[in-house]
Design a protein around this ligand. Structure first.
Ligand SMILES: Cc1ncc(COP(=O)(O)O)c(C=O)c1O
Length: 443
């Protein structure tokens, strides 16, 4: 099938809400294959992927060692038996996740995992864990948050676009408070602690006084919300708030995890240790898998010993190919120093973006993000979000064979989350093209 026929077939047989087609803009590409930072389309053209496919391809698309692990495993055991008969890879993976998280965060720390089939599922496993461990139903989440679209996680995803039509089927157990964004900060002092931290803390106190709160769920950097980094001290203040109120701190590191921000996990920038962490995306480099990892004592307090009928499981839990890929992916991130690379290249990128942000006089540009989770927030001179320009730029860049995505409720952030392997020269050249296209779009 050629491109047009593929898109026409999708139009006929896939829910029309999934693939957006805009023939005039040449949108979308049909992906054929990918390797490293490159994606080839159905017409054989190579594109530079500055999205890492939603951050999944952290060690590069089709990383040879990850692919080899998947092939090896697929030939041995293609399906395990979820909560019944385990396999070796599942044991190795949960031990490795323990070592990478609580084992590094706390002296002698041990984590226990629930493996899942997506990020959304990992969030739902964490919400269930908090409910069981605390006996409290209430959860505090943040405006702008994106935690997935399954009926559990959707409760904590803030954007009306995703929730609105389903509101009458949501549980109503999540309360939202503002996410502190430096751009809109009302803090008069530039030194930490930011004034919003105390304001948000008071809003949370009021919620805790009105209903029992069992958990606070937060992305350490909001991803789909617009690459929003909270002010220094905010996660620490949340940790303290949770400790004061006997609530659990759930960090959604589904986007930020596995080196994206220049540390294995973004909470490490502030030395904050959560009670539960949700993982996904780059965990496997391409297989649909997530994980909820919690402090071992907490997990044991929450979940009863299985009597042969687990109360939380799924057919594909701990899929052998996903486990093999995750183990290979983590080995690769470590062996190639990709986490450290995200930090150094991220610092370089930040410098570049700050320079580029000064270049346009028609637009207000602001460098955002941390490590290789970065971008440019684009506003018109009067301060209005210019998402339409970001979307047009993204479409124009198809001709330059550069792939980017917008983030933020109004698509006002031109986001850059390339594979952590990206070469500086190619990236630098692409940045020049991106800003040139953005300016052309604005003129
Ligand atoms: C921070 C965050 N949490 C959860 C999710 C949901 O993950 P999934 O799409 O695998 O269900 C996403 C997806 O973008 C995400 O960015």
């Amino acid at each position: 099938m050629q491109r047009d026929e593929i898109l026409e077939t999708l139009r006929r047989h896939e829910s029309r809400n999934i693939t957006h087609v805009d023939p005039a803009a040449g949108w979308p590409l049909v992906w054929e294959r990918a390797r490293g930072c490159s994606v080839w389309d159905s017409e054989g053209r190579r594109h530079l992927d500055l999205t890492a496919a939603f951050g999944v391809a952290a060690a590069g698309h089709a990383n040879p060692r990850v692919v080899a692990a998947a092939r090896r495993q697929a030939g041995l055991l293609l399906h395990g038996m979820g909560d019944v008969h385990p396999h070796r890879g599942k044991a190795e993976l949960v031990a490795e996740l323990s070592r990478r998280t609580f084992g590094r965060w706390v002296p002698g720390g041990v984590g226990k995992s629930i493996l899942t089939g997506s990020g959304s599922d990992a969030v739902e496993a964490a919400l269930k864990t908090a409910r069981l461990a605390t006996g409290r139903a209430g959860v505090i989440a943040f405006e702008g948050a994106y935690h997935g679209l399954g009926y559990g996680a959707l409760n904590a995803t803030h954007r009306e676009h995703f929730r609105g039509r389903f509101r009458d089927q949501l549980g109503g157990f999540v309360e939202f408070v503002p996410f502190p964004a430096c751009a809109t900060c009302d803090c008069v002092s530039s030194a930490p602690p930011c004034g919003q931290i105390a304001t948000i803390g008071r809003a949370m106190d009021a919620l805790a006084a009105s209903r029992p709160i069992g958990a606070v769920l937060i992305e350490p950097i909001q991803a789909r919300g617009g690459i929003r980094v909270p002010p220094e001290g905010f996660l620490t203040a949340l940790r303290q708030w949770c400790d004061r109120h006997g609530a659990l701190m759930i960090l959604d590191e589904i986007y930020t995890g596995f080196g994206r921000t220049g540390r294995w996990f973004a909470c490490e920038h502030e030395g904050v240790v959560p009670d539960l962490v949700c993982l996904g995306k780059a965990l496997t480099g391409g297989f649909p898998m997530g994980a909820c990892v919690g402090r071992a004592e907490l997990m044991d307090q929450a979940w009863p010993e299985s009597d042969g009928e687990a109360i939380h499981t799924s057919t594909f839990l701990g899929h052998p190919v996903g486990c093999a890929m995750a183990l290979a992916q983590m080995t690769e991130l470590e062996a190639r120093g990709l986490v450290e690379r995200a930090a150094t290249e991220g610092a370089w990128l930040r410098g570049k973006l700050e320079l580029l942000a000064k270049s346009g006089d028609r637009l207000q540009l602001r460098a955002v993000g941390r490590g290789l989770m970065a971008g440019l927030e684009v506003r018109t001179r009067d301060g209005a979000g210019a998402g339409h320009l970001v979307v047009q730029t993204m479409q124009r860049l198809l001709k330059d064979r550069i792939l980017i995505l917008p983030e933020g409720a109004g698509a006002e952030v031109l986001s850059l989350t390339p594979p952590l392997t990206i070469g500086r020269r190619e990236f630098s050249r692409a940045l020049g093209v991106i800003v040139a296209r953005l300016m052309e779009t604005a003129s």
